[in-house]
Design a binder for this molecule. Structure first.
Ligand SMILES: NC(=O)c1ccc[n+]([C@@H]2O[C@H](COP(=O)([O-])OP(=O)(O)OC[C@H]3O[C@@H](n4cnc5c(N)ncnc54)[C@H](OP(=O)(O)O)[C@@H]3O)[C@@H](O)[C@H]2O)c1
Length: 337
């Protein structure tokens, strides 16, 4: 089979190679991958950014894939050849609260990922794709959509009469916008350009703020909520945004700490957090149960993942550079086979 292999850290060291076909062992499923999606974390991994916590040479990148079952190992009852499946981000985290043991298995980082034609998965780490959803659409879900779901629905509990603030037009932010709107919440988005804001409003956001023009966007968001503040901030930008996110959030509201597109370290104004009774809640993707909930929510609400562009697998380095540029609107994907 063909696989994209990172020979050493650096996008220039990605090579499409012929490697041995894997086989499913007991409890495992062999999947012919048809599509995969990229996440910001893949750019970091391809630059060797996770240090000793990742495979530095010979890594097959990417964590999120969808494809067709070609072989099942002994004891597998829930799948058969021909089934369409998508993988869960943390294959061992099936349901319930996070636990360190589940977070150790990391596709496209600690272990090989899905940028290849064939891959073996534990049967427990796969979920069936509903009819009407394409492989490309399903491949956008394991990391970005599950993270957004965990923030907006599981911990943020967003619903009618609530206001959610999302940041930018990356994968997580767009899913957060779609899930918050489907739950009946009002959504304020911040983005870098007027054209992206227009597109975010077309996806469902009621209010848009251009953070390039409005450095005090936290105050502006507060004004939009008549001074009360937003109920939930889906914090994906990190260093550059946390201060304004705190300003935007209502007393007793929540900041879902997810990402760090603009940098990993931020100053925290402790009195504002304490006196605002803010909940700053870390989110680490989610479980297989969350992925199942996402698939059900997409089917029931007719939600379509926003896909920016799909590249052939051979052009993975170009796709990663596109993610790194921040110019995308929604998910960047690769088609396989
Ligand atoms: N904790 C977790 O479980 C988890 C899971 C998934 C992702 N993440 C993290 O979450 C972050 C987002 O991931 P992603 O895959 O959605 O990223 P992405 O698709 O690469 O998102 C990039 C977008 O971020 C926006 N952005 C950049 N700087 C910004 C700023 N200063 N303020 C507001 N928005 C800004 C830009 O949108 P505009 O041009 O529209 O502003 C850009 O298009 C990453 O740091 C990723 O590592 C964490």
């Amino acid at each position: 089979m063909k696989a994209m292999v990172m020979e050493a850290p650096g996008l220039e060291n990605l090579r499409l190679k012929e490697v041995a076909d894997p086989e499913a062992g007991p409890g495992e499923v062999l999947v012919r991958l048809r599509a995969a999606s990229l996440n910001f974390r893949d750019v970091l991994a391809l630059r060797g950014g996770y240090g000793s916590r990742q495979k530095q040479a010979g890594l097959i990148p990417l964590s999120d894939g969808a494809g067709e079952v070609v072989q099942v190992g002994r004891g597998v009852r829930n799948f058969k050849p021909g089934d369409r499946v998508v993988n869960s981000f943390f294959p061992r985290w099936l349901a319930g609260p996070p636990d360190e043991r589940f977070l150790q298995q990391d596709l496209g980082g600690i272990e090989d990922g899905v940028a290849c034609e064939l891959r073996v998965f534990a049967a427990d780490g796969l979920v069936a794709i509903p009819a009407g959803m394409s492989y490309l659409e399903a491949a956008t879900l394991p990391c970005a959509a599950v993270t957004a779901w965990n923030a907006v629905r599981v911990h943020g509990n967003a619903g009618p009469e609530q206001t959610v603030l999302t940041q930018g037009s990356g994968g997580v932010a767009l899913f957060a916008l779609q899930f918050a709107r489907a739950a009946g919440a009002r959504v304020i988005v911040i983005s870098s350009t007027a054209s992206k804001l227009e597109r975010l409003q077309a996806v469902g956001a009621q209010h848009g703020i251009n953070y390039s023009d409005d450095a005090e966007w936290g105050k502006t968001a507060r004004k939009i909520t008549a001074g009360r503040g937003v109920d939930l901030v889906v914090e994906t930008a990190g260093a550059a945004t946390l201060k304004q996110s705190i300003r935007a959030t209502r007393v007793g509201g929540m900041i879902a700490m997810i990402g760090m597109v603009s940098g990993p370290t931020a100053e925290l104004n402790l009195p504002l957090v304490a006196m605002g009774s803010l909940r700053v809640h870390g989110i680490a993707v989610g479980s297989r149960e969350h992925l199942e909930q996402v698939l059900a929510a997409c089917a029931v609400n007719g939600l379509k993942p926003v896909i920016d562009r799909a590249y052939p697998l051979a052009d993975l380095a170009e796709a990663l550079r596109h993610v790194e540029s921040g110019r995308q609107f929604g998910k960047v994907c690769v088609e396989i086979g």
